[in-house]
Design a binder for this molecule. Structure first.
Ligand code: FES
Ligand SMILES: [Fe+2]
Length: 358
């Protein structure tokens, strides 16, 4: 299945792109080079010189211009060749991408439409405004298709088995699951009264070990952006006693079988406590990197394809949210492909030029 192109993808944490440096990452099979202009804004170009196709990130950055390391062609942030030490350079160019930096996240528009849709940039201001000690971020390069990582977040019943001693503990299996489509989004909630909170929360209750009202919600939207909110309220207690977390899990394909997995965890309790923050980060990082990631990589290896449905998987009720998300994404991709096929001449006109310099 091709990728959805007309969409914002998370390319990097803002701090990964440092002034004066060329940062490169492959997204949707395309090599991209990022850098900061002197203004602080981020530029992104196809990381391939149009002359002999070497990666531009091997070159050097000076005054907002990248000079190719091989024969010295120079490109500005629009991708235009602005200097060719060997003669005229009018026709040489590499593709520019629209990039937006917001809430400490760097989003890239991978489509070819002339104008990226700024109103669609995902909003995480409810998390970026919190104290530093109330959140943490992580990145895991994961050797599996990006939809498998999304499935993993959309079906949290795995937590009771794969993460039994941290975020699991039986509540997901005991919960009533509700899946709802909200326009382009898929929402899934798990709710139940449970004898005990998951271990990672239980220690923070006023009376550890007490029964709780458990609620987790995941809100998915294409191409793979998920908000995950957890509320754990002691039975008989009110919202003031509740433990709440807001989290984001965001996946961007690198290739058909490798994924950039970004996660961002925040909490609404003990928000000023750096030690709790560090412990929580370590515990969650351990769960994601030593439990989820190896399982996803093994799953991809065992599947031997990025096409899950071609293998005719047994579907369980707990797969409902993940399957609906996959269907929505597939429909978006089909619509995009159909629209593209109906306007070949416009697209050809928009395609970046990669002619040889003369
Ligand atoms: S390969 Fe870049 S200038 Fe020749
Ligand atoms: Fe997990």
């Amino acid at each position: 299945m091709p990728y959805l192109r007309e969409a914002w993808y998370l390319a990097a944490w803002a701090e990964e792109i440092k002034p004066g440096e060329l940062f490169h990452r492959t997204l949707l099979d395309e090599p991209v080079v990022f850098y900061r202009l002197r203004s602080g804004a981020i530029a992104a170009l196809h990381d391939r010189c149009p002359h002999r196709f070497v990666p531009l990130h091997l070159g050097k950055l000076e005054n907002d211009i990248i000079q190719c390391a091989y024969h010295g062609l120079q490109f500005d942030c629009s991708g235009k060749c602005v200097h060719n030490p060997h003669g005229s350079s009018k026709a040489a160019a590499t593709r520019p991408y629209a990039v937006v930096e917001r809430d400490g996240l760097v989003w890239i528009w991978m489509g070819e439409s002339a104008e990226a849709k700024l109103e669609l940039v995902p909003d995480f201001s409810h998390m970026s405004g919190l104290p530093e000690t109330a959140g943490s971020q992580g990145y895991l390069w994961t050797e599996c298709n990006y939809k498998l990582v999304a499935d993993n977040v959309m079906d949290l019943s795995h937590a009771d088995f794969l993460h039994a001693d941290s975020v699991g503990g039986g509540a997901f299996t005991a919960a009533r699951q509700h899946v709802e489509e909200m326009g382009d989004a898929v929402h899934i909630t798990w709710e139940c009264r449970h004898d005990k909170a998951p271990p990672i929360y239980d220690q923070f209750l006023a009376v550890p070990g007490q029964p709780v009202q458990f609620r987790t919600e995941v809100r998915w939207r294409a191409p793979g952006i998920m908000n995950l909110d957890i509320t754990i309220t002691p039975c008989g207690g009110g919202p003031l006693q509740a433990l709440q977390t807001h989290n984001a899990h965001i996946v961007t394909p690198e290739t058909a079988t490798t994924t950039h997995y970004f996660f961002w965890l925040t909490r609404q309790f003990h928000m000023e406590d750096a030690q709790i923050n560090a412990h929580r980060h370590t515990a969650m990082m351990r769960a994601f990197s030593t439990e989820d990631k190896p399982m996803l990589c093994e799953q991809q290896r065992a599947m031997g394809t990025d096409d899950l449905f071609s293998l005719r998987p047994v579907l369980l009720p707990s797969d409902a949210g993940a399957v609906r998300a996959r269907r929505k994404l597939e429909q978006r991709i089909r619509d995009e492909q159909a629209a593209k096929a109906s306007r070949p001449s416009i697209e050809a006109a928009q395609r970046p030029t990669t002619q040889t310099a003369t």
